[in-house]
Design a protein around this ligand. Structure first.
Ligand code: SAH
Ligand code: SF4
Ligand code: F3S
Length: 467
């Protein structure tokens, strides 16, 4: 254990006695951790919950029942931040009813000084604000705040290190996240992530291998390797490793499991990576490959470092090697200065590639990014109209794709009950949802399903009994 973590275990014990003395329920403090944003934040929240569990906490989703509330926030778009401001505002009444309630805000949004300042001024009932680089210090920060009854803001703490060895309380029992790297060095001109998450840092391969093995042994069947740009894994390590080799090693472990990964940046996707996915059955036939725009001028202004032609070349290579691959993507509509003609190039790329699904975003200016200073003459209403057009094109493509799957058989991982009518909800390797009748004891297991019907982008199927 590192020195910092040893020090933190001392504060876990100290904080634990303070929070259990204040707890309303038999000395057992109840915590609520709410996560906004992407899987990186979900994985961070699992560490925060791991720390709280070590302090003796149990967990709830209901703010009224909680003694400790932590919101792990996202800064990627204005809408994400507005939701947090609204939800934090609503905590005022809950704190009035329970003055002992401890409220902390963390995550990407808090790593921005102007936001941390605003929270400190506007929400005096918030006890602690800490950034993405300070999670390992949570026990110390909670102790300081609780013991000295003081409000604390701890951001900008980047020592460029990865603090390994934090406890993890995973949300799922068969589907799990495995971060392989943190931060981002790409500085796409619209994006806040490099500012709030810091420089790209890869975890040591052996630590990742050990964690993967442990997850497989503990019954995890769907493991997603996480990073803002997994394709540049290992660049800072000075070892004979890259993302393709990392994937290949894990895919060769014994056991019945699938591996996914996100996110892949098109500029760093290599043939070695595609060949590795193609030859390993355990690596899902699904690549999330954000293209953002179909116009070369806009891609350049975004600092994406690839062209439309390069992207399409990559897609062709992927389809040649993995014919049944499912491609999904992120796309931004209305980047500053984008014209309707340039937006039409995005539409034509969508028609050409035929993505299984798309995450679509209207451009949102982020304080401190280069794009926020660019001329942006198109109104939001006009951008929303373009978005409507795009969604219509994509809906038809997704429906066609689902229809083409009818009659085929897939191995799927059963995730949950789909409804109260005895149907289960599962996903295939391509990450498409299939619903079918079956016993809920199958949740967490792989089964084979024949697709009988497609309803828009949800597939209905029939459970095949294994011989
Ligand atoms: N690292 C990933 C993306 C992380 S952010 C990648 O590079 O692919 C997830 C998505 O949010 C991005 O792909 C982008 O489409 C979108 N996004 C990021 N900043 C945005 C902004 N300022 N406005 C609108 N969408 C944005
Ligand atoms: Fe943001 Fe670009 Fe980094 Fe993705 S690669 S996190 S879009 S800066
Ligand atoms: Fe949001 Fe931070 Fe993820 S800004 S998208 S939670 S890396």
């Amino acid at each position: 254990m590192s020195e910092i973590l040893q020090e933190q275990s001392k504060y876990i014990a100290l904080t634990s006695s303070i929070i259990s003395a204040k707890a309303r329920n038999n000395n057992t403090p109840i915590a609520m951790v709410r996560t906004y944003g992407c899987q990186q934040n979900v994985a961070d929240s699992e560490k925060i919950k791991g720390i709280l569990e070590k302090m003796g906490c149990e967990f709830t989703d209901e703010p009224d029942k909680a003694d400790i509330i932590i919101y792990n926030t996202c800064a990627v778009r204005e809408h994400a931040e507005d939701r947090v401001f609204g939800n934090v505002g609503a905590l005022k009444n809950i704190k009035r009813k329970n003055p002992n309630l401890f409220i902390a805000l963390c995550g990407c949004m808090m790593e921005q000084q102007h936001i941390a300042d605003k929270i400190y001024k506007s929400f005096p009932f918030v006890n602690l604000v800490f950034g993405t680089h300070s999670i390992h210090k949570l026990p110390y920060l909670m102790y300081l705040s609780l013991n000295f009854k003081t409000r604390i803001v701890k951001i900008g703490d980047d020592d460029k290190l990865i603090h390994e060895g934090l406890p993890i309380k995973r949300d799922g029992t068969f589907k799990g996240w495995l971060p392989i790297m943190y931060g981002c060095d790409n500085f796409c001109t619209y994006c806040i992530v490099p500012y709030v998450r810091g420089r790209e840092r890869s975890r040591e391969p052996q630590i990742i291998f050990d964690e993967a093995k442990e997850m497989i042994q503990n019954g995890y069947k769907d493991i997603t390797l996480l990073g803002q740009n997994v394709n540049s894994y290992g660049k800072n390590l000075n070892q004979d490793i890259n993302f393709a080799k990392l994937l290949d090693t894990i895919a060769n472990y014994e056991g019945d499991f699938w591996i996914r990964f996100m996110t892949s940046h098109p500029k760093d996707a290599t043939k070695e990576l595609i060949d590795t996915i193609a030859k390993n059955e355990k690596i899902c036939n699904h690549i999330h490959l954000p293209f953002q725009s179909g116009s070369n001028r806009v891609l350049k202004a975004m600092n994406r470092n690839y062209t439309r032609e390069k992207y399409l070349e990559l897609v062709n290579y992927i389809r040649e090697k993995i014919p049944d691959v499912s491609l999904t993507s992120d796309v931004i509509v209305g980047f500053p200065g984008e014209t309707y003609e340039e937006f039409e190039e995005t539409l034509s790329l969508i028609r050409e590639v035929k993505f299984t699904s798309l995450f679509t975003f209207i451009y949102s200016p982020r304080v401190g990014t280069p794009a926020a200073k660019m001329d942006d003459p198109i109104t939001y209403e006009e951008k929303a109209r373009w978005m409507g057009e795009l969604l219509k094109v994509q809906e038809e493509i997704a429906a066609d794709r689902c229809a083409s799957m009818v009659g085929k058989t897939y191995k799927v991982l059963v995730e949950s009950e789909a409804n109260t009518e005895g149907e289960l909800s599962a996903r295939n390797q391509e990450n498409i949802v299939v619903e079918f009748e079956g016993d809920k004891n199958l949740i967490g297991q792989f089964v084979n399903v024949e697709i009988t019907r497609a309803r828009n982008w949800i597939l209905k199927g029939k459970l095949l009994i294994n011989e």
